[in-house]
Each structure stands twice: as C-alpha cells, then as structure tokens.
Design a protein. Sequence first.
Length: 324
Amino acid sequence: MKRMFSPSDMKTVLHSKRANLYYLQHCRVLVNGGRVEYVTDQGKESLYWNIPIANTTAILLGTGTSVTQSAMREFAKAGVLVGFCGGGGTPLFSGNEVEVDVAWLTPQSEYRPTEYLQKWVSFWFDDNKRLAAAKQFQLARLAMIKKYWLSANVQRQFPAPETQLLPVLERFERTLADCRITQDVLLLEASTTKILYKLACQAVSYGDFTRSERGNSNDTANQFLDHGNYLAYGLAATACWVIGLPHGLAVLHGKTRRGGLVFDVADIVKDALILPQAFIAAMAGDDEQEFRQRCLNQLRSGNALDVMIDTLQTTAEQCAKRME
C-alpha cells in the first residue's frame, strides 16, 4: 500500500525565504481542522482566515486578540515568533520575555545552532572587538540606504537628491573609522539620522518634522515610523533566533538592555526601507493597513531578513577570526 503524504515530509521553508509577517487585531487565533487560523466577527457571522505558518516569520498580536494553546504549539513547531503589542504594533502590554518594547515569545527548541553563538561570545567581552562589530553593522546600514534610496522605484515617489545624500553617507563612513567607543558611534548615528529626516522631508515636501518619543506624537510620519520599525524588530528578532544569538548580546545599544541586539540588527534596514515609506505614506494619506503593506513589500523586495542574517553571520565570523 502506498504511504500517504504527511505534512512532516515537507521541507521547512528557510526563514530568510518566508514571505509573511502578520499584525493582527480584534480577532481570535486558533487551530481549526489542523490549520492555524484567525477568526473575525462580522455581525452574527464568524470569518476564518488561514495563516500559512510554514511561510511566516513573525506575528504581532495587537489590541483585542487572543491565542489558544494549540495555536502556540503549532507556531513553535513552525519556528514562528509571536509578539504581544498594542494597537498599531507600538505600546507594550505585557509578556513573558520582553525585548524591544514588545513581548517576543521565541519557539522553545534544544536544537538551535550554537556555531555562531560560540563565535559571538568569543569576541563579545572585548570592547574593541564589539566596537568593530558595531562598525560592521553601520557599514551594512549605509550600503542599504545608498542602494534603496537611490533606486529607481523609490526615487519616483521619494526623489532624495544623490548630490545631497552621498556626501552625508561618505562623511558618516569617514567619521565612523575614527570612532573609539560605542558612544561615539551612537552620537554619529543620531546626528546622521537627523539629516536623513531632513532629506526625507525635502523629498516629499513634508514640512517641519521632529522625531518624537515613541507613541507621544500626533504627527502621521512619526506614527508610521513607530509602526514600521516594529515590523523591522520582528524580522530582527527572527534573524537572531534563527542563528542562535540571544537578544541581550548587543554590540551597540548597550550591555544592559535585553533586547539590544534586536535594535542593532533592525537598524541595518530601518532607515533604508522603512523611513522613506513613512513619509511617502504620510503624504499620500494612507491608513495604517496601507502603510503596513508598503513596508512589507519593501522588506520583501529588499530581502531584509536575508541581509540581517548575512550581516550577523559575517560579523560573527570576521570578529571571531580577529581573536585567533
């Protein structure tokens, strides 16, 4: 008798090749007929929507959501990170493992790889090596900004002048080489980001803009930046989990913040892929769902998770070699 095909026979989709990153609100997440689904109520009707967990990296559960134990079991089996957050993906409610202002629940597994963790800790306690790793992250960030801000697709809606952008990035790279402590890098990063905001405002004729603290602004671009950044945090947390790095082993955002490495990794793509879309969407009058779709499209087309994983692996290998 011919053996029936089993779901366990399917090869796992690599996280870097997965297409889906979900934000859900006002729904129930459960297992129905062997599939993980979310349920929305419309009047007396309940509508069931499938979640393709084998092709999903992370799920953010926002306002008015609940999740069953069986659904969490299936998420863990498929290696899906689950985050509990507030409306629009920004305020923290509560959770077990709290990192980067969202409660990330990572799948439990005793078989996560240790290769890159061992390389990471071999240099992490050396301040100079950790600084070198931070600089590598920043160089990857600059490369992403240059590539996507000046791409034809982005330039059509976000015409940031090359003659203004390139000197900013070149100055950053020159100054970065002279940074002696991580605080120097953080100050350089902050000053450069302010210039990028200015260029973004000019590109879309946004007017006056000041970056506010998370959740403390009625400005649309600020709200979109918060929202989009959390999508990047979801991918960053996934990248760290995939190669087995604890979120507390940060190279730039301090050794006392449990989610510091997630901040570090998300920064590689945030300015390149999220920042322009926040200003484009604000000027276009998009709602949160439309903006979120813009970001997801950019994160997919920019291979954001691939870039994060590659940067982590390359940094671990190169910095570990310097210790030999």
